[in-house]
Design a binder for this molecule. Structure first.
Ligand SMILES: Cc1cc2nc3c(=O)[nH]c(=O)nc-3n(C[C@H](O)[C@H](O)[C@H](O)COP(=O)(O)O)c2cc1C
Length: 200
């Protein structure tokens, strides 16, 4: 069975990020049908269309290739000032250009926001959904994932989740996303033109 490759983009670039811990925990608990890896965004120069002529900045080339090679994208991010952290927004802008060559288009996506606060990054989650509309990414609607009250205490030294509720939630998110990726890919295959040209 070929596995669906999932690119995880973590919206925090700080060492010790809670969202990176959440992302790693999801990576470790997804169903067999998915293989996940985190695509780094910290080294991406700020998007500037003037730099998008040859040669493009190497980190942009690397980032675009990693997303293009993926079958789906999982965003795991904190909320900054009730919206999308700048580093993540920059990564989205980099991947979306040059115009007409977005590496995000048509890829199934899911959004997880995590915060020590009570609202679980709700504002960022929905601003990011708005971007996904323009990016043409079919984005999983349910279960919604606004993870509130996330703290270092919910993780063990080895990175596994010590909090039973959070652990179960992350497993169910991984399962739902695996189903979503399968569904979108099957739908795309069904809509693809018949290579025999018979119209059947
Ligand atoms: C610039 C900045 C803005 C923030 N704004 C919010 C916010 O709007 N809502 C929220 O719940 N937390 C906010 N926080 C707190 C973050 O949720 C908290 O620092 C969290 O640990 C960041 O995620 P990370 O651990 O993955 O880096 C903000 C933090 C920073 C640095």
């Amino acid at each position: 069975m070929s596995r669906n490759r999932i690119a995880i983009i973590v919206g925090s670039i700080r060492e010790g990020s809670l969202n990176r811990k959440v992302a790693r925990a999801i990576c470790g608990s997804v169903p067999e049908s998915l293989s996940c890896h985190i695509v780094e965004i910290a080294d991406l120069p700020l998007y500037d269309p003037d730099l998008d002529n040859d040669p493009q900045p190497e980190p942009w080339v690397r980032f675009r290739r990693e997303i293009a090679d993926a079958d789906g994208v999982l965003f795991v991010t904190p909320e900054y000032n009730r919206s999308i952290p700048g580093a993540l927004k920059n990564a989205i802008d980099v991947g979306s250009r040059p115009y007409g060559q977005s590496v995000f288009a048509k890829k199934p996506a899911a959004i997880v926001t995590a915060s020590p606060g009570a609202l679980g990054g709700f504002g960022c989650n929905h601003h990011l959904r708005q971007c996904c509309v323009f990016l043409d990414m079919p984005t999983m609607q349910q279960p919604e994932a606004y993870l509130g009250h996330v703290s270092d205490e919910k993780f063990k030294e080895d990175g596994s989740v010590s909090d039973e509720g959070l652990s179960k939630l992350l497993v169910s998110l991984g399962q739902a996303f695996a189903g979503w990726v399968d569904l979108i890919r099957a739908g795309r295959a069904a809509l693809a033109p018949d290579p025999s040209g018979s119209g059947r």
